[in-house]
Design a protein around this ligand. Structure first.
Ligand code: SF4
Length: 316
């Protein structure tokens, strides 16, 4: 691990300013992904700004009937919160499908959104990787691609986003609230939060350097039945081959987002209109632009079948 300096932020604004003033600085909270990346020298910040003392660990009702989740709420606490369990069951289930108990105790809401891909080539400094070292090439293309993306990818990167929580947030239309170093605030629809890789896969979100996530807001509850189903190579502590998070109403209408197929939580609202006709029709629209490899073509059928199972489970 490379040497770095460290400070504890005294306020949200001070944290944003401290990171913005140094191009090699980063925020640190739970550190469940960043510290691993630093040990491998994949991330090499020269300065860390610790935000753990900023008292952003509250979950509060909003005036419009929704919930505001502080950026530092730990994944375990969010999954166990009574209101999340009763009204946003999809979010609770997605969180509990991710990582391990120990990791969920440390991992934060904002950090979960910002975790990096688990593409194995990204974690191997001996392999070219455009996301780790822009312009070096993509080892996955032409390599081992069973875990990789099939839609929304580019010729520069076919990695997937690993978060389970983000799939639920996307289906629930969450809004990411931020503060910039100049004090300006933004509310960003999660649909707009992640970028597609294009030619710059190392830039993963629309956040500016130093822009600090303070909270994630959820709109008022949708009702319906909430299901999160994750398909993976082993029963726990593994990332998704694919996952489906859905809210299904009694009449068969609903909304859903899919993980493990794209560089961002994948939701196509037009596909949801097809849901009453069946999972096949909905998946055809959801994955209409898919460009799978020979090794991950199976994900198309897997999404179809998993979505069908999710709808069946929801309708009892
Ligand atoms: Fe790197 Fe993306 Fe290619 Fe993986 S898929 S090797 S993260 S550029």
């Amino acid at each position: 691990m490379r040497a770095f300096s460290y400070e504890r932020a005294s306020s949200v604004e001070a944290a944003a300013k401290a990171v913005a003033s140094n191009p090699d600085a980063k925020f640190i909270a739970g550190g469940t992904n960043l510290l691993d990346l630093m040990k491998l020298e994949i991330e090499t910040p020269t300065h860390l700004v610790d935000v753990n003392g900023l008292e952003l660990d509250q979950i509060q009702a909003t005036p419009d009937g929704g919930l505001r989740i502080g950026a530092l709420v730990r994944n375990t606490d969010l999954a166990a919160h009574a209101k999340v369990r009763s009204d946003y069951g999809l979010l609770s289930r997605a969180l509990l499908a991710g990582a391990s108990g120990q990791l969920r105790n440390k991992a934060t809401t904002a950090g979960n959104l910002l975790q990096r891909t688990r593409c194995p080539y990204f974690y191997d400094p001996n392999q070219p990787c455009n996301k780790r070292q822009p312009g070096s090439g993509c080892s996955a293309i032409g390599g081992f691609t069973r875990q990789h993306g099939i839609v929304g990818v580019s010729d520069a990167c076919i990695a997937t986003h690993p978060s389970d929580m983000a799939i639920a947030m996307r289906a629930l239309d969450a809004v990411v609230e931020t503060v910039k170093s100049d004090g300006g605030r933004r509310s960003i629809l999660i649909a707009d939060f992640y970028r597609r890789p294009g030619d710059t896969p190392h830039i993963e979100t629309i956040l500016e350097h130093g822009e600090f996530i303070t909270a994630v807001a959820l709109p008022s509850p949708l009702g319906g039945k909430h299901v999160y189903r994750k398909v993976r190579d082993r029963a726990s502590y593994a990332f998704a081959l694919i996952s489906v998070g859905a809210v299904i109403q009694p009449d068969g209408r609903g909304r859903f987002a899919v993980g493990g197929v794209a560089p961002k939580p994948w939701r196509i609202e037009a596909a949801e209109a097809e849901l009453p006709k069946g999972a096949r029709a909905a998946t055809e629209i959801l994955l209409a632009d898919a460009h799978p490899t020979e090794q991950n073509r199976f994900k198309i059928d897997l999404v179809k079948r998993t979505l069908g199972a999710v709808v069946e489970e929801a309708r009892g």
